[in-house]
Design a protein around this ligand. Sequence first.
Ligand code: PGA
Length: 245
Amino acid sequence: MARPLVVGNWKMHGSRSEAVQLARQIRAQVAGFNSEVVVCPPFPFLTDVARELDGSNIGLGAQNIAIPASGAFTGEVAAEMVADVGCCYALVGHSERRTLLGESDQIIADKVVAAFRAGLVPILCIGETLDERQAGSTEAVIARQLDAVTSKLDLSVGCELVVAYEPVWAIGTGLTAELAQVDEVHEFVRTELGPWAQVSRILYGGSVKPDNAQALFALQNADGALVGGASLDEESFAAICRLAG
Ligand code: PGA
């Protein structure tokens, strides 16, 4: 199995001092762990958190990136800019951006390309809504979301891709998909990725907590987790990281 990866998505929470303190606490708790640990703070706190994590085993990720490398794009933040302040990863296509901010499969595919251009590992978030699952179209949705991206990529670039399967109905709701459902979709993702499967890790996301993480990590096709709410609590996040590796 690939090295387990646990990513904390802090979303739009906290102040600068809270972000620094959380980073410090997580750093103290996960030192020496086998799993790879990444945190994604809000943009304005990236530099402070990067400083706090300097020399640690914790990586830094951005929650979003723009498509262009630079230019007149007021309010946007380029992949190159977050790489410049210490990010190695970027979340791309989180369901909150797809649904609340109208990001299309095409935009998301272009952001994955932008991440590679800047030397970042994209964490491509995919997943079906409750309506889509109930209509039996989960696989069609996942295939559409993945194909939009893989059809734009050139494997010879040889970059790593992380895919986070997050059923939209399980995000922040306390609901988690059943293990069999997760395994089935992860297996499908691996097949759909084709040659990209060799250089990809597949994470699960959606109300991951210390008490459900162990069973998720035991799944054959789960290489780790993307954690929202529980990543804001250092004890919970560290417990999940420990269970991963
Ligand atoms: P959650 O969020 O763990 O709070 O469900 C996951 C995510 O949005 O990535």
